[in-house]
Design a protein around this ligand. Sequence first.
Ligand code: 3E9
Ligand code: MG
Ligand code: MG
Ligand code: MG
Length: 366
Amino acid sequence: MHHGLLVPPVYSPIPPAIHPRHQAVDRQNAAWAHAFGIGSTELRDKLVASEIGTFAARILPEGDEEVARLLADFILWLFGVDDGHCEEGELGADPGLLAGELSRLLRVAQNPEAPMLQQDPLAHGLRDLSRRMAHHGTPAQVTRWVDALREYFLSVVWEAGYRSHATVPDLNDYTLMRLYDGATSVVLPLLEMGHGYELDPGERDHRSVRAAAEMAYFVITWDNDLFSYHKESRAGQHYLNVLRVLQHHRGMDPEDALRTAVAQRDRVMVLFERLCDHLTSTVAGPRLRQYLRSLGHFIRGAQDWGISSHRYTTPDDPARLPSTFLDAPTDDSSEPLDIPCIAWWWDLLPRTQDAPSPPLPHKTSL
Ligand code: 3E9
Ligand code: MG
Ligand code: MG
Ligand code: MG
């Protein structure tokens, strides 16, 4: 008899937090999905039942309520694309057609007034999101939102290539693709909008700050792969997940793959904490400190939502997910993971206490 994989509690040094208006955010998110008719009726009902508003309320626990609502609607829209087009739809195994459709949507995000895709509910929803982004963000923040959507779209087209051939990427390619196909980078402009500030581009784009953001993407998507393995592996479609990558390319059984993936995310979690502490106590002004705190809320929010949302617990065939977190990692090594595209993250801080620190961003006037 198949009992499914038992996912253990994972290490999380970040305290939980939620916006006091989370119930209202969740209710309004459901109303938005219905008003714009996102996805098929079946998909929409499933998304509405998965408490996406609560997820957004965990990412911006102290942020502006309107921006938390905007984030919730955007995440629901992203699932409309990721589930509706990529993982369950026909375009998901046809990279060329998918690239065309996503490019048209990108133009709608950039120019909501463009008379294109006028009968398409996803385009209609995106027009609303784009106008609200322009209301809450600066032109530069809206541009970065569109640019981040483009990098997410590129990665899901890459993913569609694997789906069309029913192949599985190696760990390095999977990691590189996963940094973007989890739609994590598209959330970042909203972290700034939610607190009404704009980071200095020199700070945001500094190697160490970009690395901290990428580490957050890694932990969020590895955690998602642990929590969504049950949902993904039973769906009967070609799925990509780090547990599958490790089984396919390293010959591991599911339990070994699980232990390995947990150790990988623990090492990155430890490095993220060290890097954020270092930035906070040396060079970061109030805005960068808020940005780093928001990355932490994003990680912890994805964890709290991931272990409790019906999307992953699948009550009709329950997943064996943890209900708590650990306060110590299973692997606290400060050696780089053997994944070439991210190995440079471990060069940003001294490996031992007494080694000199590499240069970090100049102190700004913030
Ligand atoms: C996530 O990967 C796909 C995104 C499009 C979901 C939208 C979520 C966010 C913008 C925030 C990041 C949160 C995560 C990754 C939970 P995948 O594996 O297709 O997600 P699934 O829910 O199907 O496991
Ligand atoms: Mg996906
Ligand atoms: Mg998915
Ligand atoms: Mg998943």
